[in-house]
Design a protein around this ligand. Sequence first.
Ligand SMILES: N[C@@H](CCC(=O)N[C@@H](CS)C(=O)NCC(=O)O)C(=O)O
Length: 288
Amino acid sequence: MLFTTDEEITQFGGKLLKLTHESLVTKTSMNVNVFFPPSTTSSSVPVLVYLSGLTCTPNNATEKSFWQYFASKYGFAVVFPDTSPRGANIEGENESYDFGTGAGFYVDATQEPWSHNYNMYSYVHGELQEKLAQQFNQLNFNNVSITGHSMGGYGALSGFFKNPGKYKSVSAFAPISNPSTCAWGEKCFGRYLGEDKSLWSSYDPTELIKSYTDCNQPDILIHQGAKDPFYWRDHQLQPENFVKAAEELGYKGKVLLNIVDGYDHSYFFISSFVEDHAKHHIKYLGLE
Ligand SMILES: N[C@@H](CCC(=O)N[C@@H](CS)C(=O)NCC(=O)O)C(=O)O
């Protein structure tokens, strides 16, 4: 048994499992929540991976995003991974909310001492999906899409471009769209990846979209709250840079950026647009 079930909860006629497993990639115990829609007698359930933002555990989105209602309605599973290893016992990992614990930034760290555990890129796009497919063979990871919020929105876009053809579609809520040029990204890339800016670019959606030539080019749906201070005040998110890069260099699908008045950065914002994102993904997952 790869995963231990800590809790099994019935919701919207489906099952929410709170799981724990030992990761070879992070060398720590990892938590992950998975929602299975009703009548999972089907041997092939499409999957949506939701990557969370800074400070989150798998529970934030599970409790506040409302994904499960739409997963149940349309018939897809949702995987909610954690945002970093926990308890790696590295000096400095708990010093701030935007680095270390809760802030793995979905990269494979190359720098000491982080490189032993902080490998969230390989964990999220590789090990976690492979192991879930082994234990829960009704989950079809050949029919998988990805989304996320803030750091997780960046993680979703980055993972989509770095794995051509793997994800049927991608969307994001308030993504950190150009991490190489904002404070959150500079801090995490600098400490996890070091000074080599080409390595930063290899994770940065605004750079990756410029050289993305794969024929799998679904529309990319993005929502951004106009009242989100990380957007208008701190310039951490910069979705316009991503849209500009897409237009300049010919991503053949469209980037559908919706700046929505009145909304902030919170799960009140996310949950308000989860239905739009669910409808976006079901088109590509063959559930429409
Ligand atoms: N002021 C926040 C900054 C971090 C933040 O806003 N995190 C977002 C993602 S970037 C989040 O989802 N927080 C958890 C929640 O709202 O449940 C904190 O210190 O927790």
